[in-house]
Design a protein around this ligand. Structure first.
Ligand SMILES: NC(=O)C1=CN([C@@H]2O[C@H](COP(=O)(O)OP(=O)(O)OC[C@H]3O[C@@H](n4cnc5c(N)ncnc54)[C@H](OP(=O)(O)O)[C@@H]3O)[C@@H](O)[C@H]2O)C=CC1
Ligand SMILES: O=C1OC[C@@H](O)[C@H](O)[C@H]1O
Length: 400
């Protein structure tokens, strides 16, 4: 067996998810059975100050010789970096990813990939031109739980999927939690709102069950009908969005399939924090697959078949981890001792792709990321949600 290749990561931004991701990155891959790659952190950059980057490296337990930079421009010039993880708000992904790609760096960029599909298309074209790896960091796709669900579908256990309900909603009180309207969750200047932050996971479940499980040459884009509710205080960020999708299917494959993807900042998927409500239901003629919340980091599934079979499965996250805690965008952090957080699987995928010379992620390539961005564009169009020009543009560079 050949020894694992160590991939050298640079971290762009030092906020909440950057911390969680970096701690996960440093969990020993063999604790989850991964032996082909290892990860190390060689640099981190903060747009605020070098001191902040230094503190970040300390807090995350990064190697003591990792470099701290006080600007993203310096980071992308570091010749020691194999790949950069981008963890800025959605508004900044396009400019940040372009900066990395122009400098010849491979990129793993947080979700939502960009503000709109045109920006993702431009990034994909730039990555192709420069022969670089580019992937949207939709971590949920790389969970063994997700692989199991997709396998259940392709093996025909529930028959052709006919309908999917997918919700990812958070019971927040936006007026209290983000009272000044500046937080990235509600701030239109940072492309805030439910759809791009949370709704993308509802769409992830719809696409990975109804689209990604189809043979590549038969996959067709869905028709989209959407309703969007604005968040009162900031006007142009959505508080809730509901999308009805129709995926065209030939009669022999069960005919058209429907999906309802919902998201809300205010309403809960599971009221009172109860986790016994399946936020995701994937239905076919022979039964259904249920996935329990949270949709972005699920650890429990149930298969219910018409013949009375019920198969419950727990998907504990492997450890030992470093007590990084599950970070949520609401500023909270729940400690879950002895576990990683599940962000390492997407990192393993990116690292493996680099080793194998691949330019896209295995379970969500760029074409699928673009299509999902198109669905979100269409939902925003029907709901009248437009962000400021400077963050919708494909111009580069633009100072934000
Ligand atoms: N996969 C997941 O589970 C999660 C993913 N996310 C995604 O990660 C991204 C970042 O979210 P999160 O970490 O919660 O955000 P935070 O606000 O905690 O951090 C964002 C960081 O981006 C940098 N930044 C650069 N410009 C700005 C700006 N104008 N305003 C605010 N921050 C700026 C800052 O780092 P610095 O000062 O160091 O440059 C800041 O700390 C988003 O795309 C979000 O959707 C978020 C939570 C969970
Ligand atoms: O990606 C995410 O998943 C967890 C949520 O709490 C967070 O807001 C979001 O950005």
């Amino acid at each position: 067996m050949s020894s694992p290749k160590t991939i050298r990561w640079g971290i762009l931004a030092t906020g909440g998810i950057a911390q969680t991701f970096t701690k996960d990155l440093l969990v020993d891959p063999t604790t989850r059975g991964v032996t082909n790659v290892k990860h190390t952190v060689v640099a981190a950059a903060s747009s605020s100050s070098k001191t902040r980057a230094e503190q970040f490296l300390k807090d995350t337990g990064s190697p003591s010789d990792a470099k701290a930079y006080g600007s993203y421009d310096e980071l992308v010039k570091d010749a020691n970096i194999d790949i950069i993880y981008i963890a800025t708000p959605h508004s900044h992904h396009y400019q940040n990813a372009m900066l990395c790609l122009e400098a010849g760096k491979n990129v793993l960029c947080e979700k939502a990939f960009t503000v709109n599909a045109a920006q993702t298309r431009a990034l994909a074209a730039k990555a192709k031109e420069k022969d670089l790896f580019l992937m949207e960091a939709v971590w949920t796709r790389y969970f063994p739980l997700s692989i199991y669900v997709r396998d259940l579908i392709t093996s025909g256990r529930i028959g052709p999927v006919a309908r999917v309900f997918a919700d990812n909603s958070m019971a927040s009180n936006p007026e209290e939690t983000w009272s000044d309207g500046k937080n990235r969750m509600v701030n239109p200047d940072l492309a805030g709102g439910a759809l791009l932050d949370l709704g993308i996971y509802s769409l992830t479940w719809v696409f990975q069950t109804l689209y990604h499980t189809q043979p590549v040459d038969t996959r067709q884009p869905p028709k989209v009908l959407a309703a969007l509710k604005s968040y009162g205080q900031t006007g142009s960020a959505d508080e809730a969005t509901t999308i009805l999708l129709t995926f065209p299917r030939p009669a022999e494959a069960g005919g058209d399939a429907h999906a309802i993807a919902t998201t809300s900042l205010r309403i809960a998927t599971a009221p009172g924090g109860k986790d016994d409500v399946p936020g995701i239901r994937i239905q076919g003629p022979k039964g259904e697959i249920q996935v329990f919340p949270p949709a972005f980091r699920p650890t429990r599934t149930r298969l219910v078949l018409k013949d009375g079979t019920v198969e419950d499965k727990q998907w504990p996250l492997p450890g030992p981890g470093k007590g990084s805690g599950w970070y949520n965008g609401f500023g909270g952090s729940l400690q879950s001792e002895g576990e990683g957080q599940g962000m390492f699987w997407e990192a393993d995928e990116a690292a493996t792709a680099l080793v194998e010379g691949k330019k896209e992620g295995k379970y969500e390539g760029l074409a699928e990321s673009i299509l999902i961005m198109e669905v979100m564009d269409e939902a925003r169009k029907q709901g009248g949600l437009v962000y400021p020009d400077k963050i919708e543009t494909t111009e580069y560079p633009v100072q934000l």
